[in-house]
Design a protein around this ligand. Structure first.
Ligand SMILES: Cc1cc2nc3c(=O)[nH]c(=O)nc-3n(C[C@H](O)[C@H](O)[C@H](O)COP(=O)(O)O)c2cc1C
Length: 355
Protein backbone atom coordinates (compact mmCIF):
# COMPACT_ATOMS: atom_id res chain seq x y z
CA UNK A 1 0.00 0.00 0.00
CA UNK A 2 1.36 3.42 -0.93
CA UNK A 3 0.80 6.33 1.42
CA UNK A 4 0.72 9.99 0.73
CA UNK A 5 3.66 11.54 2.44
CA UNK A 6 3.45 14.96 4.01
CA UNK A 7 6.56 16.93 3.37
CA UNK A 8 8.38 19.74 5.00
CA UNK A 9 6.06 22.49 3.77
CA UNK A 10 3.13 20.86 5.51
CA UNK A 11 5.20 20.59 8.66
CA UNK A 12 6.00 24.28 8.58
CA UNK A 13 2.34 25.13 8.19
CA UNK A 14 0.89 22.60 10.60
CA UNK A 15 3.38 22.55 13.43
CA UNK A 16 3.35 26.03 14.87
CA UNK A 17 5.79 24.99 17.57
CA UNK A 18 8.45 23.81 15.13
CA UNK A 19 11.31 26.23 14.89
CA UNK A 20 13.31 26.39 11.68
CA UNK A 21 16.23 24.90 13.55
CA UNK A 22 14.17 21.87 14.62
CA UNK A 23 13.03 21.30 11.08
CA UNK A 24 16.54 21.52 9.70
CA UNK A 25 17.66 18.97 12.29
CA UNK A 26 14.95 16.62 11.13
CA UNK A 27 16.22 16.93 7.62
CA UNK A 28 19.76 15.93 8.43
CA UNK A 29 20.83 12.68 6.93
CA UNK A 30 20.40 10.57 10.06
CA UNK A 31 20.84 6.87 10.10
CA UNK A 32 18.33 5.27 12.44
CA UNK A 33 18.78 1.85 14.02
CA UNK A 34 15.93 -0.02 15.70
CA UNK A 35 17.00 -1.28 19.14
CA UNK A 36 16.58 -4.95 20.05
CA UNK A 37 13.84 -6.06 22.48
CA UNK A 38 14.03 -9.58 23.83
CA UNK A 39 10.53 -11.05 23.85
CA UNK A 40 9.12 -8.45 21.42
CA UNK A 41 11.17 -7.69 18.29
CA UNK A 42 11.52 -11.22 16.98
CA UNK A 43 11.70 -11.83 13.23
CA UNK A 44 7.93 -11.80 12.79
CA UNK A 45 7.76 -8.40 14.47
CA UNK A 46 10.79 -7.04 12.64
CA UNK A 47 9.43 -8.05 9.23
CA UNK A 48 5.92 -6.79 9.98
CA UNK A 49 7.39 -3.47 11.11
CA UNK A 50 9.55 -3.17 8.00
CA UNK A 51 6.61 -4.04 5.74
CA UNK A 52 3.95 -1.84 7.36
CA UNK A 53 5.91 1.16 8.66
CA UNK A 54 9.55 1.21 7.56
CA UNK A 55 11.69 4.23 8.41
CA UNK A 56 14.62 2.43 10.01
CA UNK A 57 17.90 1.74 8.23
CA UNK A 58 18.76 -1.36 10.26
CA UNK A 59 17.27 -3.48 13.02
CA UNK A 60 19.24 -5.19 15.78
CA UNK A 61 17.86 -8.61 16.68
CA UNK A 62 17.37 -9.46 20.37
CA UNK A 63 20.19 -11.32 22.09
CA UNK A 64 20.88 -15.01 21.64
CA UNK A 65 22.46 -16.68 24.67
CA UNK A 66 23.78 -20.12 25.53
CA UNK A 67 24.68 -20.84 21.93
CA UNK A 68 27.64 -23.03 22.96
CA UNK A 69 31.34 -23.36 22.27
CA UNK A 70 31.50 -26.53 20.15
CA UNK A 71 28.50 -26.51 17.86
CA UNK A 72 25.48 -24.21 17.68
CA UNK A 73 22.12 -25.89 17.85
CA UNK A 74 20.17 -24.54 14.82
CA UNK A 75 17.20 -23.88 17.15
CA UNK A 76 19.27 -21.04 18.66
CA UNK A 77 19.41 -19.37 15.26
CA UNK A 78 15.79 -19.59 14.11
CA UNK A 79 15.21 -15.91 14.82
CA UNK A 80 17.95 -14.82 12.42
CA UNK A 81 17.99 -17.53 9.74
CA UNK A 82 17.66 -17.77 6.85
CA UNK A 83 19.05 -14.32 6.19
CA UNK A 84 16.95 -14.03 3.01
CA UNK A 85 13.82 -13.84 5.18
CA UNK A 86 14.86 -10.46 6.59
CA UNK A 87 12.92 -7.61 5.01
CA UNK A 88 15.40 -5.14 6.47
CA UNK A 89 19.11 -5.27 7.23
CA UNK A 90 19.31 -7.17 10.50
CA UNK A 91 22.20 -7.39 12.95
CA UNK A 92 22.29 -10.51 15.14
CA UNK A 93 23.27 -10.08 18.79
CA UNK A 94 24.95 -12.39 21.30
CA UNK A 95 24.92 -12.27 25.09
CA UNK A 96 27.95 -14.16 26.38
CA UNK A 97 31.20 -13.82 28.29
CA UNK A 98 32.92 -16.76 26.67
CA UNK A 99 35.36 -15.85 23.89
CA UNK A 100 35.04 -19.29 22.23
CA UNK A 101 31.26 -19.04 22.23
CA UNK A 102 31.41 -15.55 20.72
CA UNK A 103 33.89 -16.64 18.03
CA UNK A 104 31.78 -19.67 17.11
CA UNK A 105 28.74 -17.41 16.91
CA UNK A 106 30.68 -15.08 14.57
CA UNK A 107 31.72 -17.97 12.33
CA UNK A 108 28.24 -19.44 12.24
CA UNK A 109 26.50 -16.21 11.36
CA UNK A 110 29.11 -15.66 8.65
CA UNK A 111 28.24 -19.10 7.23
CA UNK A 112 24.64 -17.88 7.21
CA UNK A 113 25.46 -14.81 5.14
CA UNK A 114 25.89 -12.09 7.79
CA UNK A 115 28.99 -9.91 7.85
CA UNK A 116 28.63 -8.46 11.35
CA UNK A 117 27.09 -9.06 14.75
CA UNK A 118 26.67 -7.18 18.00
CA UNK A 119 27.90 -8.12 21.47
CA UNK A 120 25.51 -7.27 24.29
CA UNK A 121 27.34 -5.59 27.18
CA UNK A 122 24.30 -3.66 28.31
CA UNK A 123 21.68 -6.05 29.69
CA UNK A 124 21.01 -4.88 33.29
CA UNK A 125 18.95 -7.73 34.74
CA UNK A 126 20.35 -9.12 37.99
CA UNK A 127 20.33 -12.78 36.96
CA UNK A 128 22.51 -11.78 34.01
CA UNK A 129 24.61 -8.94 35.43
CA UNK A 130 25.44 -10.92 38.61
CA UNK A 131 27.20 -13.45 36.37
CA UNK A 132 29.27 -10.62 34.83
CA UNK A 133 27.24 -10.87 31.66
CA UNK A 134 25.61 -7.89 29.93
CA UNK A 135 26.58 -4.70 31.75
CA UNK A 136 27.71 -6.83 34.73
CA UNK A 137 31.17 -7.04 33.09
CA UNK A 138 31.67 -3.26 33.04
CA UNK A 139 33.12 -3.03 36.59
CA UNK A 140 35.77 -5.63 35.56
CA UNK A 141 37.77 -4.03 32.73
CA UNK A 142 40.66 -6.51 33.04
CA UNK A 143 38.32 -9.40 32.37
CA UNK A 144 36.85 -7.57 29.41
CA UNK A 145 40.37 -7.01 28.11
CA UNK A 146 41.09 -10.76 28.19
CA UNK A 147 37.80 -11.48 26.47
CA UNK A 148 38.54 -9.04 23.66
CA UNK A 149 42.00 -10.61 23.22
CA UNK A 150 40.38 -14.03 22.89
CA UNK A 151 37.64 -12.87 20.55
CA UNK A 152 39.85 -10.94 18.17
CA UNK A 153 42.43 -13.73 17.98
CA UNK A 154 40.28 -15.28 15.26
CA UNK A 155 37.09 -13.50 14.28
CA UNK A 156 35.93 -13.76 10.66
CA UNK A 157 33.22 -11.06 10.84
CA UNK A 158 32.86 -7.53 12.16
CA UNK A 159 31.71 -7.14 15.74
CA UNK A 160 30.09 -4.10 17.31
CA UNK A 161 29.25 -3.61 21.00
CA UNK A 162 26.09 -2.34 22.69
CA UNK A 163 26.69 -1.15 26.22
CA UNK A 164 25.78 1.33 28.95
CA UNK A 165 27.75 4.00 30.78
CA UNK A 166 28.48 1.53 33.53
CA UNK A 167 26.85 -0.89 35.91
CA UNK A 168 27.29 0.86 39.28
CA UNK A 169 28.45 4.27 38.08
CA UNK A 170 28.88 6.20 34.88
CA UNK A 171 32.68 6.49 35.08
CA UNK A 172 33.13 2.78 34.46
CA UNK A 173 32.73 3.38 30.74
CA UNK A 174 36.02 5.27 30.38
CA UNK A 175 38.31 2.30 31.15
CA UNK A 176 36.15 0.13 28.93
CA UNK A 177 36.50 2.57 26.03
CA UNK A 178 40.27 2.83 26.51
CA UNK A 179 40.56 -0.95 26.27
CA UNK A 180 38.16 -1.07 23.33
CA UNK A 181 40.41 1.43 21.51
CA UNK A 182 42.95 -1.38 21.12
CA UNK A 183 40.61 -3.58 19.05
CA UNK A 184 38.99 -3.26 15.61
CA UNK A 185 35.45 -2.97 16.96
CA UNK A 186 32.97 -1.91 14.26
CA UNK A 187 31.20 0.67 16.45
CA UNK A 188 29.96 1.05 20.01
CA UNK A 189 26.34 1.77 20.83
CA UNK A 190 25.96 3.44 24.21
CA UNK A 191 22.65 3.48 26.07
CA UNK A 192 23.32 6.61 28.11
CA UNK A 193 22.30 5.12 31.48
CA UNK A 194 23.93 2.85 34.03
CA UNK A 195 22.77 -0.70 34.66
CA UNK A 196 21.43 0.06 38.13
CA UNK A 197 18.89 2.42 36.54
CA UNK A 198 17.44 -0.35 34.36
CA UNK A 199 15.22 1.70 32.03
CA UNK A 200 14.16 4.48 34.42
CA UNK A 201 15.63 7.73 35.70
CA UNK A 202 17.34 10.22 33.45
CA UNK A 203 19.73 9.51 30.61
CA UNK A 204 23.14 11.18 30.75
CA UNK A 205 24.03 12.63 27.35
CA UNK A 206 26.73 14.80 28.95
CA UNK A 207 28.64 11.67 29.93
CA UNK A 208 28.20 10.37 26.39
CA UNK A 209 29.90 13.55 25.15
CA UNK A 210 32.88 12.75 27.41
CA UNK A 211 32.93 9.25 25.91
CA UNK A 212 33.35 10.78 22.46
CA UNK A 213 36.66 12.31 23.46
CA UNK A 214 37.95 9.03 24.94
CA UNK A 215 36.89 6.60 22.22
CA UNK A 216 38.49 6.29 18.81
CA UNK A 217 35.54 4.23 17.64
CA UNK A 218 32.35 5.43 16.05
CA UNK A 219 29.81 5.85 18.86
CA UNK A 220 26.07 5.52 18.47
CA UNK A 221 23.69 7.22 20.90
CA UNK A 222 20.79 5.34 22.48
CA UNK A 223 18.31 6.28 25.18
CA UNK A 224 14.93 8.00 25.59
CA UNK A 225 14.48 9.33 22.08
CA UNK A 226 10.72 9.19 22.32
CA UNK A 227 9.67 11.98 19.94
CA UNK A 228 10.89 14.87 17.80
CA UNK A 229 11.42 17.14 20.81
CA UNK A 230 13.54 14.68 22.75
CA UNK A 231 15.48 13.92 19.56
CA UNK A 232 16.13 17.60 18.98
CA UNK A 233 17.20 18.04 22.61
CA UNK A 234 19.96 15.42 22.35
CA UNK A 235 20.75 16.42 18.80
CA UNK A 236 21.48 19.97 19.98
CA UNK A 237 23.95 18.52 22.51
CA UNK A 238 25.48 16.19 19.90
CA UNK A 239 25.33 18.19 16.67
CA UNK A 240 27.79 15.90 14.86
CA UNK A 241 26.05 12.65 15.81
CA UNK A 242 24.72 10.94 12.68
CA UNK A 243 23.65 7.49 13.82
CA UNK A 244 21.01 6.97 16.49
CA UNK A 245 19.47 3.89 18.02
CA UNK A 246 15.82 4.16 18.92
CA UNK A 247 13.81 1.66 20.94
CA UNK A 248 10.71 2.19 23.07
CA UNK A 249 9.79 5.39 21.23
CA UNK A 250 9.27 3.35 18.06
CA UNK A 251 7.61 0.39 19.80
CA UNK A 252 5.00 2.88 21.02
CA UNK A 253 4.92 5.22 18.03
CA UNK A 254 5.98 3.29 14.93
CA UNK A 255 5.75 6.47 12.84
CA UNK A 256 8.62 7.99 14.82
CA UNK A 257 11.53 6.98 12.54
CA UNK A 258 9.73 8.48 9.55
CA UNK A 259 8.91 11.70 11.38
CA UNK A 260 12.56 12.04 12.45
CA UNK A 261 13.38 11.96 8.74
CA UNK A 262 10.73 14.55 7.91
CA UNK A 263 7.93 12.28 6.65
CA UNK A 264 4.46 12.49 8.15
CA UNK A 265 1.23 10.58 7.66
CA UNK A 266 -2.31 11.75 8.20
CA UNK A 267 -4.55 10.05 10.75
CA UNK A 268 -6.39 7.79 8.31
CA UNK A 269 -3.13 6.57 6.88
CA UNK A 270 -1.81 5.88 10.36
CA UNK A 271 -4.90 3.89 11.33
CA UNK A 272 -4.58 1.81 8.15
CA UNK A 273 -0.93 1.13 8.81
CA UNK A 274 -1.59 0.09 12.41
CA UNK A 275 -4.42 -2.17 11.33
CA UNK A 276 -2.25 -3.79 8.68
CA UNK A 277 0.55 -4.25 11.20
CA UNK A 278 -1.77 -5.89 13.72
CA UNK A 279 -3.20 -8.24 11.08
CA UNK A 280 0.23 -9.10 9.75
CA UNK A 281 1.47 -9.99 13.24
CA UNK A 282 -1.63 -11.95 14.19
CA UNK A 283 -1.64 -13.95 10.94
CA UNK A 284 2.04 -14.73 11.02
CA UNK A 285 2.23 -15.60 14.71
CA UNK A 286 -0.83 -17.84 14.42
CA UNK A 287 1.07 -19.91 11.82
CA UNK A 288 3.44 -21.18 14.49
CA UNK A 289 1.90 -20.30 17.86
CA UNK A 290 -1.01 -22.69 18.01
CA UNK A 291 -1.94 -22.10 21.65
CA UNK A 292 -4.42 -19.19 21.76
CA UNK A 293 -3.33 -17.93 25.18
CA UNK A 294 0.31 -17.84 24.07
CA UNK A 295 -0.63 -16.17 20.81
CA UNK A 296 -2.57 -13.46 22.62
CA UNK A 297 0.17 -12.96 25.17
CA UNK A 298 2.56 -12.28 22.28
CA UNK A 299 0.18 -9.71 20.81
CA UNK A 300 -0.41 -8.13 24.23
CA UNK A 301 3.32 -7.58 24.71
CA UNK A 302 3.29 -5.59 21.44
CA UNK A 303 0.24 -3.56 22.45
CA UNK A 304 1.75 -2.86 25.87
CA UNK A 305 3.83 -0.28 24.01
CA UNK A 306 1.68 0.40 20.96
CA UNK A 307 -1.37 1.48 23.00
CA UNK A 308 0.56 4.62 23.95
CA UNK A 309 0.24 5.96 20.41
CA UNK A 310 -3.37 6.76 21.36
CA UNK A 311 -4.82 9.09 23.94
CA UNK A 312 -5.90 7.09 27.02
CA UNK A 313 -3.26 4.51 26.14
CA UNK A 314 -3.46 2.93 29.59
CA UNK A 315 -7.21 2.33 29.34
CA UNK A 316 -6.79 0.97 25.84
CA UNK A 317 -4.11 -1.45 26.94
CA UNK A 318 -6.14 -2.57 29.96
CA UNK A 319 -8.93 -3.58 27.59
CA UNK A 320 -6.53 -5.43 25.28
CA UNK A 321 -4.92 -7.13 28.29
CA UNK A 322 -8.15 -8.66 29.60
CA UNK A 323 -9.16 -10.22 26.28
CA UNK A 324 -9.44 -13.98 26.74
CA UNK A 325 -9.79 -15.14 23.16
CA UNK A 326 -9.07 -13.95 19.63
CA UNK A 327 -12.57 -12.50 19.14
CA UNK A 328 -12.32 -10.38 22.28
CA UNK A 329 -8.81 -9.36 21.29
CA UNK A 330 -9.88 -8.32 17.79
CA UNK A 331 -12.78 -6.28 19.23
CA UNK A 332 -10.40 -4.53 21.66
CA UNK A 333 -8.06 -3.61 18.80
CA UNK A 334 -10.92 -2.30 16.63
CA UNK A 335 -11.94 -0.09 19.56
CA UNK A 336 -8.38 1.04 20.08
CA UNK A 337 -8.09 2.15 16.45
CA UNK A 338 -11.02 4.52 16.90
CA UNK A 339 -9.19 6.65 19.46
CA UNK A 340 -7.42 9.94 18.90
CA UNK A 341 -3.67 9.84 18.53
CA UNK A 342 -1.68 10.98 21.55
CA UNK A 343 0.65 13.98 21.55
CA UNK A 344 4.35 13.94 22.44
CA UNK A 345 3.69 14.82 26.05
CA UNK A 346 1.15 12.03 26.55
CA UNK A 347 3.51 9.58 24.85
CA UNK A 348 6.43 10.48 27.11
CA UNK A 349 4.22 10.06 30.18
CA UNK A 350 3.01 6.70 28.87
CA UNK A 351 6.55 5.40 28.46
CA UNK A 352 7.86 6.84 31.71
CA UNK A 353 4.98 5.26 33.66
CA UNK A 354 5.73 1.90 32.10
CA UNK A 355 9.12 1.68 33.83
C1 LIG B 1 11.78 -5.49 27.39
C2 LIG B 1 13.14 -5.08 26.92
C3 LIG B 1 13.94 -5.98 26.22
C4 LIG B 1 15.21 -5.59 25.76
N1 LIG B 1 15.98 -6.50 25.09
C5 LIG B 1 17.23 -6.13 24.66
C6 LIG B 1 18.07 -7.05 23.94
O1 LIG B 1 17.70 -8.19 23.63
N2 LIG B 1 19.30 -6.62 23.59
C7 LIG B 1 19.75 -5.34 23.87
O2 LIG B 1 20.87 -4.98 23.51
N3 LIG B 1 18.95 -4.45 24.50
C8 LIG B 1 17.72 -4.80 24.90
N4 LIG B 1 16.92 -3.89 25.51
C9 LIG B 1 17.35 -2.48 25.60
C10 LIG B 1 16.88 -1.67 24.37
O3 LIG B 1 17.40 -2.22 23.18
C11 LIG B 1 17.30 -0.18 24.45
O4 LIG B 1 18.70 -0.12 24.54
C12 LIG B 1 16.70 0.54 25.64
O5 LIG B 1 15.29 0.36 25.67
C13 LIG B 1 17.02 2.05 25.60
O6 LIG B 1 16.61 2.64 24.40
P1 LIG B 1 15.20 3.46 24.31
O7 LIG B 1 15.20 4.46 25.45
O8 LIG B 1 15.22 4.10 22.97
O9 LIG B 1 14.10 2.46 24.49
C14 LIG B 1 15.66 -4.26 25.99
C15 LIG B 1 14.85 -3.36 26.68
C16 LIG B 1 13.62 -3.74 27.16
C17 LIG B 1 12.77 -2.74 27.89
Amino acid sequence: MKFKIKHITNVIVSKKSSTLQQILMMYNNHKLLFAPFHGITDKTYRNAFAKCFGGFDEIYAPFISGSGTKIINPSKLTDITPILNNLIKTIPQILSINADEIKLFGKTIKDNGYDSFNWNLGCPFKQIANKKRGCGILPYPDELHKLLDGIFSDLPVKMSIKTRLGYHNSDEIFKILEIANQYPIEHIIIHARIGKQFYGGDTNPEKYIECMSVSRHKLIYNGDIFNISSFNRVKSLLPKQEIWMIGRGALMNPFLPHSLKGKFFDNDEKVNMLEEFNNELLNNYSKYIKNETRLLSRMKSVWGYLSGVFENGREIFNKVKISKNTNEYTAAISNALENQFSDENQQSIYLKEAF
